[in-house]
Design a binder for this molecule. Sequence first.
Ligand code: NDP
Length: 461
Amino acid sequence: MGDTFDVDLFVIGGGSGGVRAARISAGYGARVMLAEEYRVGGTCVIRGCVPKKLMVYAGRFADEFEDAAGFGWTLQPPRFDWSVLKARRDAEVTRLEGIYDANLIRAGVEIVPERAVIEDAHTVRLTGSGRCVRARVILVAVGARPVKEPAIPGTELAITSDGVFELESLPERILVIGGGYIAVEFAGVFASLGARTTLLHRGDRLLRGFDDEIRDALGEAYAKRMDLRLGRTVQRLERSGGAILAHLDDGARVEVDQVLVATGRRPYVAGLGLEAAGIALDGAGAIPVDAYSRTSVPSIYAVGDVTNRANLTPIAIREGHAFADTVFGGRPTCVDHRLIPTAVFSTPEIGVVGHNEDVARAACGEIDVYKAAFRPMKATLSGRDERTLMKVLVDRASDKVVGVHVFGHDAGEVIQAVGIAVTMGATKADFDRTVAVHPTAAEELVTMRVPAVTKTPVGVG
Ligand code: NDP
């Protein structure tokens, strides 16, 4: 065609969104180059979901060993070796990284192991070699980075989630600051592995945005597993011999060996050249895009956490795929961000699809709340003091299930399957006519007959 472009697509960032976009676009015949400054696989594979979940598995053996006694087992006191877990986890991450690399290469994508910045609407500069590449389309898929907020004195003594994967030993005592996904998941991991764990959060409940009763159930469970301090902030950190001393707002001090700050992540846009290209960021520092992931510059698109829509791996993958379908597949495709099943890998786990109770009330008016709170069967013999909680929220007018919340073992697995039904628009009657699988915990979801609460909100009806 004789255009002046070196490639059809230049992808900046080899994480979940960028890799999917690159592979699918190349499959449509596009000439694709992808730059990754660190390791292909991105946050999810290298220092997020995957290695985190492996650590969650590691932690859960502690419960299994304890629970086994109630089922007749006698075990030697088990011993945990962090260095074995680290080495095996890191090897698995490296294996996956290799698969990501190989898949890109097999698809015909040229991988450039360098940082890339935007020079203008069609030009990317590779900062290592200084080479400039002209691209018909640029896709920004650089993700987000953990931040240490607020900036308190001594914050340099703390690590973020990235640092967790570099720890050479299990800290004896750790303070985790934050109440979101990352704080909750890692506090659970460290506590299970045997670290004396303090989880400190400024709010009065963990996991803002989740259903309040699920949040309460998690708080109750975590208070038994660790030192949980809600409604507290840390004012400063200081060295104290080989330890770190955290000074809290109530005058208390907590002495620990590590501090993990997990107070959020921000789009990784610094120095990327977005201003030069004419792209202004939104209030959260993210790249604004339209429903097709296109920025205000027609030749530049963005997907994944850098756009701060729903910061989850499967969403980044979908956005990357939809981008490729739209731009190179001749099939304009939007991602529906409305109904997203999700899980928090705390122990016990949380799985959610749809609205929480407050949002459901606001969105639907009259809802019925079906609830089951029970001791899981395994706990009857293990003697473990824990509860499972399930909620099904139903729009009374249409009988549609608008929210399902599960707190208990395997909640992530359960919610993935329930998510299909809810995505299809299942009604409570559909749940009711589904035969129970017995004996399981999940059967409660199809055997709830009487609403627990049938409040009519003020001003409705
Ligand atoms: P979140 O936004 O989920 O949570 C941040 C937490 O830090 C909140 O509890 C927040 O409190 C608190 N916080 C924020 N600013 C401050 C401050 N200045 N001082 C004290 N506390 C503060 O971020 P995460 O880092 O936990 O996770 C980032 C994203 O990564 C998540 O939104 C999620 O999308 C994704 N993720 C998903 C996982 C999964 O699917 N299982 C696992 C891990 C991450 P408050 O609530 O009061 O604002």
